[in-house]
Design a protein around this ligand. Sequence first.
Ligand SMILES: *Cc1c(COP(=O)(O)O)cnc(C)c1O
Length: 426
Amino acid sequence: MAVLDQLTSQDAIHLEDKYGAHNYHPLPVVLSRGEGVHVWDVEGKQYYDFLSAYSAVNQGHCHPKIVGAMVNQAQTLTLTSRAFYNDMLGRFEKFATETFKFDKLLPMNTGAEAVETALKLCRKWAYEVKGIDENEAQLIVCENNFHGRTTTIISFSNDPVARKNFGPYTDGFIKIEYDNLNALEAALKNNANVAGFLVEPIQGEAGVYVPSEGYLKAAKALCEAHNVLFIADEVQTGIARTGRLLATCGNCSCEDKHCSGTPDVKPDILILGKALSGGAYPVSAVLANDNIMNVIKPGNHGSTFGGNPVAAAIGIAALEVIKDEELAKNAEELGKVFRKELSKYIESSTIVNAVRGKGLLNAILINDTEDSDTAWNICLRLRDNGLLAKPTHGNIIRFAPPLVMNKEQLLDCISIIINTLKEFEN
Ligand SMILES: *Cc1c(COP(=O)(O)O)cnc(C)c1O
């Protein structure tokens, strides 16, 4: 078989199984095309995508404006490295910092790299601005966090599968309960070595865990009182997913017509990835104001691909699509419909316990034990019925369609989901 011959699904699965490392357990479906809210498998069957590549494809699959910017730039100049200036990076930095209202941006590629960058930035600020003694800085993180897969990041994960046998681990992290202000206050109190507090505005991988109303704002106030940087990992929640440009939406440009929520908190350091490219390319970034970002000097940090002209062109287009198509507003409105309809169904359901989420980042809690395969089996049936979703931790199914969905499509999806769940009622 020649490498590029037409494959069946079975062929493709077999190839990945045999020649690829087994670091994922994919749902058995082999996709070969995508457009907007839909994807198609190699046999031509159409599905609604309810994962959106973990919220990277907020702007929909193969958005023509983003693909256009990518192709155009790819034919012009792809990579210079940061050894030289290029004519796209500054434009992206200006556009993104104006969009999110920060002084400066540091471009990287993946979410994990951006988290690493934020941790390094925070530590350096702690030594050079806050005045913590060398090697004494600590960062507060939350239990059940997900921030990526590097050695340092898994050092402060409490997922045994992500951690075991990858030690020795990086020091300097204090873990507290998520959504617990007393725990945060206790960790900050009488500890002058705390440099930062790293938090997801909604814990996505943990199962779309939405913190109590006011938690983020109060946490930010506590950090301010202790001269500790509030670091928001919005890799999954950012870029309109939760019904605002950012889940922490503070002083940003969505205040006007793109924002339907009240301003909440403005992070000291903002981490973005995933939908910053609309899923076209790995683009991530760390944003901060000058008093923090200026501790980074030439040679302190870098990336060969970070800030490349293709990434910059895509980043601009991806953010323009969010604004032009008012996707935050759409996510807010459709999210309400989704939770309302699912809640109605759950009232009389024995298989689903709850629905929760914000905007179009939602999850249902399946009524079964953590280690049962009910959620997996439901996802297999959803696939058969034309909708792709995947279980996240335990018996939780996350539902995160592209934000370019319209109401008619959403209602169609809700009926697929409910009809599938009905097959599992007893
Ligand atoms: C996906 C994710 C990351 C890691 O991003 P990668 O691009 O996979 O490295 C970090 N933080 C959060 C909250 C995420 O959802």
